[in-house]
Structure formats: C-alpha cells, structure tokens
Design a protein around this ligand. Structure first.
Ligand code: TRP
Ligand code: ZN
Length: 870
C-alpha cells in the first residue's frame, strides 16, 4: 500500500506557497518491461525563489513506491550525504547552485500496479494516469501543477510485445535494434505540468482522419484501439471533429499540435484524461456501434470526447496553480461541453439531463458529510475531490456568470483569459478578473460562490393587489451568513392568454429583493429560474392552476418540465401526508394532455417531460427517506397513470416502432419515447401477458442497444418471472462484449429489495473481475444506488459492501473510495439503519492498512453518522 492512514494530513488552501524550485526541462528514458521498468530522468533544476542569502534551500522531489537506483548532479554521482531518499520522496540537501542538472534512475513494476495510477498495465498494454499526483509513482519529480516542464521522452521496448509506443507531442525519432527492441523519441514543444504527461505501449491499431483548421493547418487525428475494436471508432472520430469545429467557431480556438491521439483503455478509474496530445479514455467512452451502445452512451461519447478536447485550452495551455483550483479547469470545461452538446442536440433536453444530475447527485453531496465549496479549503487525498460539486456545480457557477454578462461577453472574456495567461498556472481569480475586464461588471460578490458550500434555498412570495393592479414578487436567500451570493434569475411574466408581459434577467444581490409590476388587469403568472439559471432550491407555494398553466404554456423547455415535476411532487406529497386516494389527479390529467398533444413536441423532449421522477429525487423533495413507502406510493401512481392511459400508451408504443438504427434526433426520440411507453406498460398488471410478449419480441428483434437494454431494465424492475428469460437472452448474445455485459450486470442489481443476493452471486461468477473498475461499478455502485436494497433493514447490504471495500482497498483505493461515497446517503436513514451502517464502516476504519483515499471518505461519513445518531 502506497499510503497508510497514519498520514491523514490535510492540505490547506491557506498554506499554499509557490515553488522555490522548478524543473523546466525533463528528458526521460523508459526501458519498458511489465515486471521491471527502468526510468532515467534528467532534469534541468532551477531556483525561482527570492531568497538572497548564501546557502540555497534544498529541493524535494516527490516519489512513491519507487525503487531508487542512482542520483547524479551535473553528471557526477551524488555523495550519499548530499541527499536523502524516503518513503515519499528524495530530498537533495545540498545544491550546487541556482541552476543544475539532476539525473535520477529508478525502477518500478507496472505488473503489480492495480491502483491504475502511475504506470500500469491494462490487458496487454502499458499506460499511465498521472492526474493529480500519479507522476511521482513513475519517477522522482516536483509533482505539482505549477511546475511547467518541457518533456522529451525516449521509449524503449521489445517490438514484438509493444509495437505501438506513444507519448505527448511529436514523434521525432524512431529506431530498431538487432536484439528486437525498438526505441522512439517523442517531444512536446509545449511546457506542461507532470499531471498531463502520458505514455502508452501496446499492440494497437488506429483509425485516422484529418482536420483542417480554420487557419489552414492540417492535423492528423488518430484513435488507437485493439484491432478487434477498430469498427467501433467511427462515432468518437465524428465527435472529435465536431468538437474541433465548435471550438473554432464558438471561441476561435484551434488545436496547436500536428497530431491528436486518443487511446481506449479497458481498466480506467474515471471517464477520460486530457493528457496533452494523447488523451486516454475509458473504453466505454470511445467504443460504440449501433448494436452494442445505447443512445445515452453515444451522447456521453460526444460530450466526453469534446470535454477532453476542450481541456487543451482550458486546463492545458492555461493550467492550475494548485489542486484547490480544480474547478477552474473542470467546472469551466464541463460548461463548455454542456454548451457544445446543447448546440449539437436539443438544448432543452440537454439542460434537463444536466439538472437531473445536479438534483440526483450534487444536491445530496452538498447536503451531506462530504459537502465542500467548489473551491475546497482542504483535502486529504486529492483524488477524492473530483466530485460532482467541483465538476457540475462548478459548471453551474460558470453558467451563472454567462447569464450575468451574456454569452457574447463571456466569449470575449474567455479569449482574453486564455490570451493573457497562456502558458501559465493560475487560479479562479485570474479567470474572473478577465471576465470583469471585458464586462465591466463587478464579480466581487459573485466570488462567494467559490467559498460557500451547500445548496441555497430561495424563498419566493407573491402579492397580487387587484384593486391597484400591482403584482409583487419578493425573493429571499434563506441563509443570511457572511457569504451573500449573486443569483441570476431568468424570469417571464405571462398573462392569462399566455402572452408574455415581461421577461428578462433579475440579478439578485441583496439577501432579499422585490420587483413590482403595475398597470395589470388580471393576476399575471410568474415563471422564474427559466433554464434553471441558478443551482438553488426554490420554496414557492403557489396555486396549482398556475403550475398547470406553466406546464402547458411555458415556452422555456426546462421550465415547462420543472412545472410538471412540481405538480407531480405536490401530488406525491399529498398522498404521502394524507394517504389519500386522490381521484382528481392533475398529474394524470397532464399526462393525458401531453400524450394527446404529442405532435406538438419533439419526441426526445417529450420522453423527458413524461419520465416519472425516481426515488432519490422524490425522497429529497419530500425530505422523507423511507424508501419502501416512497416506492409503494410511486408504484401506485405509476399503475394509475398506466391504467388510465392504457390505450394511449399502446399507441405511443406502436407509433414509434421501427426506428432506424441511426443517431439522429428523430430516431433517438422514437426509441426513447417508445421505451418510455413500454416502461409504463410494465406497471399494468391487467395487460401482463401482452406486455411481456411485446417486450421479449422487442428484445429479440432489436437493431439498437437502447431497445434491448430498455426491455432488460423493465423486466429487472418488474417482478415478472420472465425476467430470467430476458436476462438469459441478453447474456447469450453479449457475453463476449465487456461493455455490453456491464449494462447487464448493472440492470440486475439496480431495482427492487432483493438485489444483494443477486450481487453476491454475480461477483462470484467467472465474468466478474475485481480489477476492472467498470465491472466493479456496474455491480457495487448500482447496488448502492438501489435504495431499496442498499438500505435493507437488516443492514446486510451495508455489511457486504464494507467487506468489498476492504478487498478493493488492497486492489484499487480510488475505486474503494468511489464506492464508499455511496454511504453518504445513510445519514438520512432512521437511527437503526444508521447504527448498522456505522458498525459496518467501523470495521473498515479499524483495518490496519487503509489507503488514504478510503480512510478519508469512510472517516468523514462515520463522523457524520456519529454526530447525528438519532
Ligand atoms: N481530468 C480528467 C477529466 O475530467 C479527470 C480525471 C481526474 C481522471 N483524475 C483522473 C481521469 C484519474 C482518469 C483517472 O477530464
Ligand atoms: Zn475534465
């Protein structure tokens, strides 16, 4: 284990100091071998402190799990007294001057690296993952993002085993030796921090294409995969070219090297990594063809390929001064990829999807034991801070800024920022000051979004004065602390005939503000937070009829959806509180309305409008976490909706059969709408046989994975005996395709109260592999997100997952920590469950060789559970 819980020392933002020493040049040589790789690194070391005294301070080089071999200073073997090698690095006590060469040699073993950080193997390939602090597991280094390095890399490896040898930048030399080894030299002309360094060695094929930039340069594009996957690279290549075009058109940003490479890796801790000129991707976010990838997968590929490409400017050319500022590159780049996808697909649908992620994942994080501002003040293990808060709330903060200053000014501000700080390592301050310069808009108070944690609640009150014809809206931030925020509130005011009386942006800066409209004849209808212009909870008690009006008449796609959700929430709350049988259901009436007028809305949009909220969102909305009961009410409501709309749902289903297997909006919409109808039909006990036969037929005839997986999921959610047929059918067809099989694993444990036993039997099957993060997540994360099974009364799932955590702790601490985060949601359970979870987590904490990653997460969650035991 590279790190133990004895070193749970936090790093504090306040303690940041700039480096005294940097390494502007590095020449690295790798003699690659699965068992024992030798690395020799030759640095130019320079003093950049402002110290004027006689003896210069020493230099510390990070190093973890390395076999130290030798050290030379300016070419001469260093004296043993001159330096000290320890567990976490190499300290050079005595330096020869302000500038010198340091050459260090070390060994390491990729074969035994199952943490998938540093240099590791995946299948028969060797590759690296260095963000945030993996480089120190490869060689001794000043491993921090504010140390920009010009790299030259020599890779030497047996040609037969590793014919493909890649690194960042340009290939400048290649040679074969008689002993069968091959040697290549790569050079990256752009200085970069060590976290963006990468190498790949393997037996890979590539698909290539060309991109002509706006200024006429020709770029070679390559996607490297195993030979058998070459046919699955079309879509990723398409996505890459679309992203390149978009960034040129939207921000005038061109790619800067002659070669852009993407490599697909099967064993990968996260989604993808933006290494300069050599992006590494989780296979599931590159490989796709119609028969094996779902529509959601295609859209994720589009977004993630673009995301990593966009990092070339926001992240790489202008990088971070320290890891506290992670959101500077991630929040901004997520916002850029969201904007890109909005432009390429349907902006309302994309907005709804992003808001759903926020509601389901970010709001709970911000209300739980891991809550932190998008600029965290401290961290123990940086890997744990690649959070939905830093990424998704970070993107919301940038989006708010774009509302406040307008997208055109935002464009100019981004250009100014990139131009001013090109090649530098900066903080969110530099970014905001560029935005202030172009907009002449003070962002002083806006900065508090970087420091305040938690989801704000805005209380809204309206007052209608019919005799005077005035309408007043008062909004109040329910928290009146030291960090007042700025809320961009997009609104519209409608009259009874749906005519817009006013619309605009309300920039709310005081803790409480009001607006008044005069000269009105009838009470207007106020729509606020259009396009969800601020990531907040809204507390606005309003007339049900107005919500119905908005659900029907709003032209803003998000607000229409939002109004309908509110109606559903309301009815849900009524049923929860009064257990009433609600015979006049507005929800059902609206379902009927939307389905009957379905020609007026795009299919894809309609499928999102009609999707019934899941357990997490319902529980958070009601602030009631008794999932069995919520599930029961939800089930009943779904049954009522399906029974009432039975003929309509069958028509919607039939109308949308026969979609072409292509990735265009019409066909994606057809599939989604049809499968949405089908999922409702599964709630119809009266039509059971018919539905089962339709569904199995769809699964057998499918020409697109979306159609297969929809059936499998619907069966798994149901209690129909035929689910086993569906499971078997899917398995037989896809057992050789790892990515499709992940969907199969996940579907089986995602629903119902009996998923634990299934998960236990799945992990003991020969298809399961503890070392593959996608496979592990497909079972363990899916199980933990299944509230009915996760929060079992007897605590059995808590206990079992904790056993798994200890196993994963040895294999892959990052994945263990990712899974451990799912225990955040236990804080909203009853005392008995909390006690059971606490006991299980305590056994994890008591384990003597806990990784820093897992110790930090389990520790925080336990502390939180102890603090609110009742
Ligand atoms: N920088 C990557 C991105 O968002 C994410 C990342 C951070 C990552 N750490 C990682 C990816 C570890 C893979 C493995 O684009
Ligand atoms: Zn990113």
């Amino acid at each position: 284990m590279s790190s133990s819980s004895t070193e749970l020392k936090p790093h504090f933002l306040e303690e940041y100091t700039s480096p005294l020493w940097i390494t502007p040049e590095a020449k690295i040589r790798f003699d690659l071998d699965l068992e024992r790789t030798i690395v020799r690194t030759d640095y130019l070391v320079e003093y950049v402190g402002d110290w004027e005294g006689e003896a210069l301070p020493g230099v510390f080089f990070h190093g973890e799990g390395l076999g130290f071999l030798s050290l030379r200073i300016n070419g001469a073997i260093a004296e043993p007294l001159q330096y000290h090698v320890s567990e976490d690095g190499l300290f050079l006590r005595i330096v020869p001057g302000r500038s010198f060469r340091l050459t260090v040699e070390n060994s390491l073993s990729p074969k035994h690296n199952t943490a998938l950080e540093g240099l590791y193997h995946s299948g028969s390939m060797l590759c690296t993952q260095n963000e945030p602090e993996g480089f120190r597991k490869i060689t001794y280094s000043i491993d921090r993002p504010d140390n920009p390095i010009r790299f030259q890399v020599t890779l030497s490896a047996p040609k037969e085993e590793f014919p493909t040898l890649l690194s960042n930048g340009n290939l400048i030399h290649s040679q074969e030796w008689e002993d069968g080894r091959q040697e290549v030299v790569w050079e990256d002309p752009f200085p970069k921090p060590s976290y963006l360094f990468a190498i790949v060695a393997g037996n890979l094929q590539y698909r290539s294409d060309q991109w002509k930039t706006k200024s006429g340069r020709s770029i070679e594009l390559r996607i490297y995969v195993e030979e058998k996957n070459l046919s699955k690279t079309d879509f990723a290549m398409f996505a890459l070219k679309e992203a390149m075009r978009w960034d040129e058109e939207t921000f005038g940003l061109e790619y800067d090297l002659d070669l852009y490479m993407i490599v697909a890796v099967d064993d990968f801790n996260m989604g993808a990594m933006e290494n300069k000129g050599l992006n590494l991707f989780n296979s599931k976010l590159v490989l796709a063809d119609k028969s094996s990838a779902t529509d959601d997968t295609f859209e994720s590929i589009l977004a993630v390929v673009a995301h990593e490409y966009f990092h070339n400017w926001t992240g790489n050319r202008v990088t971070l001064r320290n890891w506290f500022n992670l959101t500077l590159k991630e929040g901004l780049t997520v916002f850029r990829d969201q904007w890109f996808t909005e432009d390429k697909t349907d902006p309302s649908v994309k907005r709804i999807k992003d808001v759903l992620i926020l509601w389901e994942h970010q709001f709970p994080e911000d209300a739980g034991p891991m809550a932190h501002p998008i600029l965290p003040k401290s961290y123990i293990e940086m890997n744990n801070f690649y959070t939905v808060t830093v990424y998704e709330k970070g993107a919301e903060v940038i989006r708010m800024l774009s509302h406040l200053i307008g997208r055109d000014t935002f464009r100019k501000g981004l250009q100014l920022y990139l131009h001013t700080y090109d090649g530098q390592a900066v903080t969110f301050e530099e970014f905001l000051s560029s935005m202030e310069q172009v907009s002449h808009h003070s962002l002083l108070q806006f900065r508090n979004w970087y420091h305040r944690k938690g989801t704000p609640t805005l209380r809204v009150e309206e007052k209608w004065n019919p005799s005077e014809g005035t309408y007043q809206i008062k909004i109040q931030d329910s928290e009146t602390g030291e960090l007042p925020l700025v809320f961009p509130i997009q609104y519209a005011l409608f009259d009874q005939d749906s005519k817009s009386l006013d619309s605009g942006l309300w920039e709310m800066k005081a803790v409480q503000e009001e607006k008044v409209w005069t000269g009105l004849v009838n009470k207007p209808i106020f729509s606020l937070l259009r396009s969800y212009s601020a990531p907040v909870h809204l507390a606005f008690e309003r007339d049900e009829r107005e919500l119905i009006f908005l659900a029907k008449q709003e032209t803003d796609g998000f607000s229409k959806f939002f109004a309908f959700q509110k109606i559903i929430f309301r009815e849900f709350r009524n049923r929860w509180e009064q257990n009433q049988k609600n015979s006049t259901s507005d929800t059902i009436a609206l379902y009927k309305h939307f389905i009957e007028t379905r020609e007026t809305l795009p299919k894809d949009y309609l499928s999102y409008l009609l999707a019934f909220p899941g357990l997490t969102i319902l529980a958070d909305e009601l602030k009631v976490y008794a999932f069995e009961e919520i599930h029961e009410i939800r089930h009943k409501m779904l049954q009522e909706i399906s029974s009432t709309l039975r003929p309509d749902l069958f028509s919607v289903y039939k109308e949308n059969l026969g979609s072409m297997s292509s990735q265009d909006r019409e066909n994606i919409g057809k599939r989604r709408l049809k499968n949405m109808a089908l999922s409702f039909l599964f709630y119809l006990p009266q039509a059971k046989d018919e539905v089962i036969s339709i569904a199995l037929e769809q699964q057998k005839q499918a020409n697109h994975m979306s159609d297969e997986i929809a059936v499998l999921r619907a069966f798994c959610e149901s209690s129909y005996r035929e689910k086993e047929t569906s499971i078997q059918l899917f398995y037989n067809k896809w057992k050789a395709d790892v990515l499709s099989l992940d969907l199969w694993f996940s579907a089986q444990v995602s629903y119902g109260p009996d998923a634990l036993e299934r998960a236990q039997s799945l992990v003991s099957s020969s298809d399961f592999n503890w070392k593959n993060p996608n496979r592990v997540r497909s079972v363990l994360s899916s199980l933990a997100r299944n509230h009915l099974s996760f929060h079992r009364k007897d605590g059995a799932t808590y206990r079992w997952l904790c056993e798994c955590l200890l196993l994963l702790n040895e294999i892959n601490p990052q994945i263990a920590a990712q899974i451990a985060k799912t225990f955040q949601s236990v804080r909203w359970q009853d005392a008995k469950r909390k006690g059971l979870a606490l006991m299980a987590l305590q056994t994890v904490l008591d384990f003597p060789h806990l990784s820093r990653d897992l110790a930090e997460i389990a520790g925080k969650i336990c502390k939180d559970l102890e603090n609110n035991q009742s």
